[in-house]
Design a binder for this molecule. Structure first.
Ligand code: ADP
Ligand code: AMP
Length: 215
């Protein structure tokens, strides 16, 4: 089973992904996380990707497609996977469709999480992430028990460089121009489930579970 999480930055994809992979026993693939690790470790991929990420732009398709192709070959993906933040362009979606038969998979369902724009800005600028395990928090909506300390592993929380107000606005524009066309692409295939992401974290998860259980 292969599930794609689609939606603007800040819609809650990472937050829901953590819960979905636990409940549905899927491998987790977040291209954003993989790219951030590459930047942190200053690998050749990281040095190519950094500039785009800092500016809120998409990393070129050929780099991202290779990451996913390699990741999908790993053994844990044989049980199925949840893709978060990929595909992000129609070309990436076409590449994905071409690589999936090699591993006997297809995209089974796309969960489209939509959230009002004002709320997206609020969520992204208030987001805090654990520097050790990557868990997501929000200063107001989902704070840790102890300020700036991860509930799950005790790691330090930080604010992503691209969560500044200026870069957030750019990322939302990039989403509209380059990623939103994917909605029609998957609508035409009849595999989209619409999730109202404006609700609280638990209510969003309930909608996702209903969508997945109706597969
Ligand atoms: P994405 O992966 O789509 O960019 P995240 O899952 O990182 O989004 O969520 C963005 C921010 O919004 C995080 O700080 C997260 O804690 C918070 N958040 C996620 N879902 C909700 C929700 N339903 N209500 C309020 N805040 C949320
Ligand atoms: P995310 O963690 O999903 O918000 O992604 C953070 C950043 O990583 C994006 O703003 C892009 O610069 C880059 N990125 C992540 N996934 C992709 C993708 N599928 N295609 C291009 N760039 C990506």
């Amino acid at each position: 089973m292969l599930i794609v999480l689609l939606g603007p930055p800040g819609a809650g994809k990472g937050t829901q992904a953590e819960r979905i992979v636990n409940d549905h026993n899927l491998a987790y693939i977040s291209t954003g996380d993989i790219l951030r690790t590459a930047v942190k470790e200053d690998t050749p991929l990281g040095s190519k990707a950094r500039e785009y990420m800092d500016q809120g732009q998409l990393v070129p398709d050929h780099l991202v497609v290779e990451i996913v192709r390699e990741r999908l070959q790993e053994p844990d993906c044989s049980k199925g996977a949840l893709l978060d933040g990929f595909p992000r362009t129609v070309d990436q979606a076409i590449f994905l469709d071409q690589m999936l038969p090699d591993i006997s998979q297809k995209v089974d369902q796309v969960l489209l999480i939509n959230v009002d724009e004002e709320e997206l800005v609020e969520r992204l600028t208030g987001r805090r992430v654990c520097s050790d395990c990557g868990a997501n928090y929000h200063v107001k909506y989902n704070p840790p028990a102890v300020r700036n300390v991860c509930d799950q592993c005790g790691g330090d929380l930080y604010q992503r460089d691209d969560d500044s107000l200026e870069t957030v606005k750019e990322r939302l524009e990039v989403y509209k121009k380059q990623t939103e066309p994917l909605v029609k692409f998957y609508q035409d295939k009849g595999i989209i489930s619409y999730i109202d992401g404006n609700k609280n974290i638990g209510e969003v998860f309930d909608q996702i579970n209903s969508a997945l259980n109706s597969l």
